[in-house]
Design a protein around this ligand. Structure first.
Ligand SMILES: Cc1ncc(COP(=O)(O)O)c(C=O)c1O
Length: 359
């Protein structure tokens, strides 16, 4: 057959699918902006700019890359369980927390999911891929949850609520009272703790009393392993069993598996850089507040959402980008006056502040 319109074979609802816009690789960005890669100040994706510790690099270089990974990722489940204070049967690992979001949607196939914007974009994106309706329950002006609104959305048939703590991009954590109130609803409550190592209180202790609670975590942020893609979920064993059954067998590759275990083994060392990042976030917040036209919001994560006052936020992001400093701007109504800036090393803050002085 020739010249057939391929769309006749594709899902019609994909015709207007809004693609998830991930950040671009460093070399592509550097080429676009016209600066060398090592001159980029990458404060747009909440990565750990200290990078992985040498012990992780050693573990990866000694790994048996020619052998398939363990589909049950048994050693990794044991190490994560020890870190989180749960049993290995409660842990499921995947190719980033993103993978767990997808698996969770696929095991429940809910008619709808509850999304709490402004928040991380993957919940809505992956729900649509699985043909689940996305019910947006916008956060209040201070970005706190609208609990009655969420309850009403669950009554409309939503099977999963995605609640992020601390939330990306607003930085505010959930209180355990809020998580507890969510768990009383008749739905799976997915609390995404991608940034919990930087602040906020974990909901893991509530799992014992709430079989509908699942906590999502990642090695991408605190451990500096975003490129290796390792995330995990903690839940009641009954839910974890089903997630294990549905996941792709080799969803954690050998390099990611050994790297994540090395990160846990040497976590005390990594937490020193986590502490540096937290301190840097607080220094950055103070410096940004002194500029006068930026208002950084309080944050428990490794980034700051800043309101831009009296000038377009898009222009600020573009002017920084021209100087090789990357921050995140969202072309969305509720965030149009904001930029999100990741906390990096002291020298990253200094470069950012110098670039802001030229804006
Ligand atoms: C709230 C939140 N959850 C999950 C992720 C993705 O984590 P991973 O890299 O493990 O897929 C991110 C990444 O930005 C995030 O902000």
């Amino acid at each position: 057959m020739s010249a057939v319109d391929i769309r006749r074979y594709l899902r019609p609802d994909f015709a207007d699918l809004e693609e998830y816009t991930p950040v671009k690789p460093l070399d592509v960005l550097a080429a676009e902006i016209g600066v060398p890669v090592d001159q980029l100040v990458k404060l747009d994706a909440n990565e750990n700019l200290y990078g992985p510790i040498p012990e992780i690099r050693d573990a990866v270089s000694n790994a048996d890359l020619h052998i398939y990974p363990d589909p049950g990722h048994e050693a990794l489940r044991i190490a994560i369980a020890d870190y989180c204070g749960v049993r290995p049967e409660q842990v499921v690992a995947g190719s980033g927390a993103d993978d767990l979001i997808d698996i969770l949607i696929r095991v429940t196939m809910p008619e709808a999911v509850v999304n709490l914007p402004p928040t991380f974009g993957m919940y809505g994106f992956l729900a649509k891929i699985s043909r689940a309706r996305v019910i947006d329950v916008p956060r209040k002006p201070d970005f706190a949850l609208d609990l009655p609104g969420i309850a009403a959305a669950v009554e409309q048939g939503a099977g999963i609520v995605f609640a992020t703590s601390p939330n990306n991009p607003t930085g505010n954590p959930l209180s355990l009272d809020e998580v507890h109130a969510l768990c009383e609803l008749d739905a799976i409550i997915a609390v995404d703790e991608a940034y919990i190592e930087f602040g906020g209180e974990t909901a893991i202790p509530l799992i014992a009393a709430h079989s509908n609670l699942v906590v999502l975590r990642t090695f991408s942020k605190w451990a500096g392993l975003a490129g290796l893609r390792v995330g995990y979920s903690i839940s009641a064993a009954a839910l974890a069993d089903t997630l294990m059954a549905v996941k792709q067998p080799y969803n954690v590759n050998v390099a990611g598996d050994v790297a994540a275990r090395a990160a846990l083994e040497h976590r005390a060392q990594i937490f020193e850089t986590v502490q540096c990042i937290v301190a840097e976030r607080d220094r950055l917040s103070k410096l940004l507040g002194e500029i006068g036209w930026l208002r950084p919001l309080p944050s428990a994560a490794n980034f700051l959402l800043c309101e831009v006052i009296g000038r377009p936020a898009a222009d600020v992001a573009a002017a920084l980008r021209k100087q090789g400093v990357l921050v995140r701007y969202y072309d969305r109504a509720e965030l149009r006056n904001y930029i999100r800036i990741s906390a990096g090393r002291p020298e990253d803050t200094d470069r950012l502040m110098a670039a802001l002085a030229n804006v």
